[in-house]
Write a protein that binds this ligand. Sequence first.
Ligand code: AMP
Length: 543
Amino acid sequence: MLGLMQDQPLLISMLINHAERHHADAEIISRRVEGDIHRSNWGEVAKRARQIANALGGENLAFGDRVATLAWNSYRHLELYFGISGSGHVLHTLNPRLHPDQLSWIVNHAEDQVLLFDMSFLPLVQAVHAKCPTVKKWIALCDAEALPADSGIPGLVAYEAWIGAQSTDYTWPQFDERSASSMCYTSGTTGNPKGVVYSHRSTLLHAWAAAAPDCLNMSSRDSILPVVPMFHANAWAIPYTAAAVGAKLVFPGGALDGKSVYDLIEQEGVTMAAGVPTVWQMMLGHMEANGLRFSTLKNTVIGGSACPPAMLNTFVDIYGVDVLHAWGMTEMSPLGTVCVLKGNQAGLDADAQRAVRLKQGRAVFGVDMKIVDPESGAELPWDGKTYGDLLVKGPWITQGYFKLDNSNLLVDGWFHTGDVATIDPDGFMQITDRSKDVIKSGGEWISSIDVENIAMAHPAVAMAACIGMPHPKWDERPIVVVVKKPGAEVSREDILAFFDDKTAKWQIPDDVVFVDAIPLGATGKMQKMALREQLKDYKLPGL
Ligand code: AMP
């Protein structure tokens, strides 16, 4: 017997229809690349999304054709999220921080047909457009007056003119909810980037899950600043979930420095902000240097890389802002776990609670996870100590990469995350490392994240990366590469002494190397491959 409920496909257009009908006045604020602050609302976004759909209808595209964006977080990018996917095309968000050759490789691989870009990326588009033969139309996200007379890009049009000519009437089409809605290439530290393809169904389920109190806890009472870019893993679902709950959104554009982010939080009454640790490092540095406080911020979501304990402590103890530590991957839409204490942990003392809150958290409903022995594949116990390869499954987790042979990607339906983790008896997962970053010393594993977290707690350290160096006896030994805070004085010996009593002796790094900067990847993560390359002539002390 089948149920007697309405059988309605889960489509992204449902989100924007809902936002328009029930939250039309909720504000959408953007710091634009033009430099000003632009004020819009969900009603406007919905109207313009329909104009986008009509404009795309005139571009001779087929259902499922890819339409790419190269843009910062803004109202225009938001309306494209809905206009492109809602009309049955596939939104392909491109990461502008990639090397031009990598970018054109991705555009060609995805066979993008239309590409819309922020004017700040004009030089990048000028560098790559000739190498992107699939793109039939280039659109600059600007007013007609701002379009340069001689851009060198054939047929370039201004976005505002392109949609401005269109009717705001449009009926979103109904189709199979499993149809592709959007795609995003992983940053790919080895080999070519890989295309992750989301569906309407996966996106809606993920957006629903994200709103829950033990997940991102988003509501119509929130003013949310996604610093995490909309070109990286759907900005952690925030654009979609905000439409579902009718939250106010505040977009930072390309101004991600500490002052700009802090000012926007204060000016727009932001209650929740989401981003990677490197962004918060810059903002906290600005606040400390200028003696600033928050007046409205209640929550920060920190993910993408491990949240250093010193950062969590600063947010919670100094600024009274709660931290939601979250973990996920592009392949997971991206949310996998969020760290929120369970009811039975309320009685733990403050230190024990803090230790739990530093973990990456519990599985969001919809995601299942387990840790397995890397050799045998046998499932490992949830004792908070045993670590193994982390595997996940669920309806918003990838089962294959675009145009690749995916026959061996899943193991009995589980996706290999490439992360190494422990899970405790309460189900809190803690990432020890990326499997390729774990340091193997004398048959034991040393977590590079643990070493980095200790180094980062030193008051003179702005950023720290721990990598393994070859050692004839121990196989590998850890060293820590440190960027000092501006004006700070600290010696190698000071930093090594700081590790005493904080970790086992054999886990203390053998050396400290000071550098001006640690290479960061296109999504703000430390690039350990590049760092290893930079230190290829380095030798451990005494060797
Ligand atoms: P990406 O697909 O570029 O978002 O990268 C996903 C990877 O980032 C994961 O597999 C983890 O290695 C890492 N990652 C994401 N969030 C965290 C976190 N909270 N702590 C540690 N690593 C994280």
